[in-house]
Design a protein around this ligand. Structure first.
Ligand code: S3P
Length: 171
């Protein structure tokens, strides 16, 4: 692995991008950035309130600006939001500026991780469990096309340490 690099973790909501990203950054002695947290700092607003103010389309533009603001960073692990790779050329941009790792999880694992925290996730905040499951099936099908363009795909089910080790083994 080259000394100067960016690692983008991608995958659906609940794939563990933030928790695995923190651990991976620690192991590599890299910095860690969560793109959603960076957006909240740059905009001085929470993700749900950004969605409320400018809708999903507005959020995607803000998210892209935040992503591009990391252009000159190096030795950094970046956890991206679940929809980030699907907007315009974000996936192409990430592949051109670093390595992308798709944390691929089974739908059951994703559901159990995101359903209890739906309030923080504006796309599913007002859905019941059945609607969340339907939404996930549809979105996963659409989004997989983008996620599968990643440099590496790693099984994201299981404990953070295990997933982190799988990443280190493939890189
Ligand atoms: C989104 C995922 C969220 C956040 C926003 C939109 C999505 O991030 O960016 O709520 O479109 O899947 P996480 O994947 O970290 O939950």
């Amino acid at each position: 692995m080259s000394a100067d690099t960016k690692i983008f973790l991608i995958g659906f909501m609940g794939a563990g991008k933030s928790s695995v990203g923190k651990k991976l950054a620690q192991s590599l002695h890299y910095r860690f950035i969560d793109l959603d947290v960076l957006i909240e700092k740059q905009q001085k607003k929470s993700i749900p309130s950004i969605f409320e103010l400018v809708g999903e389309d507005g959020f995607r533009k803000i998210e892209q600006q935040a992503l591009h603001s990391l252009k000159d960073e190096s030795n950094i692990v970046i956890a991206t939001g679940g929809g980030c790779p699907t907007f315009e050329k974000n996936m192409q941009w990430m592949n051109a500026h670093g390595k992308t790792i798709y944390l691929k999880c089974s739908i059951g694992v994703l559901f159990h991780r995101i359903a209890p925290q739906k309030k923080q996730r504006p796309l599913i905040a007002n859905m019941d469990d059945v609607d969340i499951m339907d939404f996930m099936v549809t979105m996963l099908k659409e989004r997989s096309k983008f996620y599968e363009k990643a440099s590496f795909t790693v099984d994201g089910d299981g404990k953070v340490e295990m997933v982190c080790k799988r990443i280190l083994d493939v890189m």
